[in-house]
Design a binder for this molecule. Structure first.
Ligand code: CIZ
Ligand code: SF4
Length: 367
């Protein structure tokens, strides 16, 4: 579902949640959590605000949270503090008796919205005219359930930023080339890490229905969908140069959703879990510039008070859609469960879920 579709579907949060004090909201959230006990499960993504994370039963990346939700047979209600595609994955992996709720339906992901299923199907037909049956589709988990289902149907799989390398390697044992959606940067950075030269990568522009590439088609190993994360694209080479100039000896660590140039200049690149672990292991007094979503960077700064942890871009804003989930929306969601009429339930159509599971399972079997 695109952000626009979600907004149209959305019911608006009642005014009274906006007038309650933080203390009142926190007290009610605690009360409902206690009342429901194990019947309620609140997973919180690393990019969520602290005001919400404090109530999370578990924190993690999208895949870990979806798996924890699926393994949690006691939870009747899963209030997913993250964005829409994560709640969809949780719904796909959980059983029919479990309801997945997203506290604010406007919490989408602009990257996931860059690949809709109609364009993807159309693009596939065009690309098959060029490449025949030589492509395997892979999609980053940051994509709609329909795109995951598309990959499932065409023998492909999902990937996360933690297992992308393994999955791309596997995909290239299945077919001559991969079609990687929707994040060109994760696709490019991963393939490059595996030794595939930039010259063997083409970018598919779904709006112009054009392949951006200078060379011979037969040499293309990776076809990258022209999508990106609007948060991570704001980390630049100039930011890195500035940091190295201002803080000699600084360590630069970035997420692979950043551009290839930024990843190449950084000292380390990896998923949210990788970044968290790397800072955990770091020497006291070391200095770090982190290129990922601000809520996580702020949390790392707080947790590692013995180190200096900065945002790679000092003018960075948090991911706006992640930030849609706040205390009032969390309480609204919990009270709707308490009243017996849960709102903002995320449900993936059966047929889509069936094919999407194929793509997710191909990843889980290998990574
Ligand atoms: O998959 C996730 O949770 C995201 C969005 C990033 C990561 O690196 O964990
Ligand atoms: Fe999507 Fe980027 Fe926000 Fe992650 S940080 S949810 S990829 S827009």
């Amino acid at each position: 579902m695109s952000i626009l579709e979600m907004m149209n579907k959305e019911t608006v949060i009642p005014e009274r949640y906006k007038t309650m004090s933080v203390e009142e909201i926190e007290a009610r959230v605690k009360e409902i959590k206690e009342k429901f006990g194990t019947r309620l499960y609140i997973p919180g993504h690393h990019y969520q605000k602290d005001e919400v994370i404090q109530f999370a039963d578990d924190t993690g990346d999208s895949l870990k949270l979806a798996q924890l939700s699926a393994n949690n047979n006691l939870a009747e209600y899963i209030v997913f503090c993250g964005v829409h595609f994560m709640a969809e994955t949780a719904d796909i992996l959980t059983n029919e008796n479990q309801k997945v709720l997203l506290p604010d339906m406007r919490a989408g992901c602009s990257m996931a919205d860059m690949a809709n299923i109609e364009q993807t199907e159309k693009s596939w037909v065009k690309l098959q005219e060029l490449f025949g049956d030589t492509m395997l589709p892979l999609t980053y988990v940051n994509s709609t359930a329909a795109i995951k289902a598309f990959c499932g149907k065409h023998e492909g799989a999902t990937v996360t930023s933690s297992n992308a390398k393994k999955m791309v390697k596997w995909a290239l044992t299945q077919k001559e080339r991969i079609f990687f959606l929707p994040d060109q940067h994760l696709g490019r950075n991963t393939a490059f890490d595996l030794g595939i030269p930039l010259e063997a990568m083409a970018v598919w522009d779904p709006d112009k229905e054009q392949l951006e590439y200078d060379g011979a088609l037969k040499d293309i190993k990776v076809i990258l969908w022209k999508g990106h994360c609007s948060v991570h694209e704001k980390f630049t080479v100039a930011n890195i140069e500035q940091m190295r100039n201002d803080y000699p000896g600084i360590n630069i660590i970035v997420h692979p959703e950043c551009s290839h140039e930024v990843v190449q200049l950084a000292d380390y690149a990896g998923s949210t879990n990788y970044i968290i672990d790397k800072l955990e292991e770091a020497d006291p007094n070391s200095i770090w510039a982190v290129g990922t979503e601000m809520n996580l960077v702020k949390r790392l700064t707080k947790v590692h008070s013995d180190k200096q942890v900065l945002s790679l871009n000092p003018d960075m804003c948090p991911c706006l859609t992640m930030n849609r989930i706040d205390l009032p929306h969390l309480l609204w969601s919990l009270e709707s469960i308490e009243s017996g009429s849960p709102i903002n339930q995320v449900t993936v159509e059966k047929e889509i879920a069936h094919d999407a599971v194929l793509a997710v399972n191909r990843m889980l079997e290998r990574a």
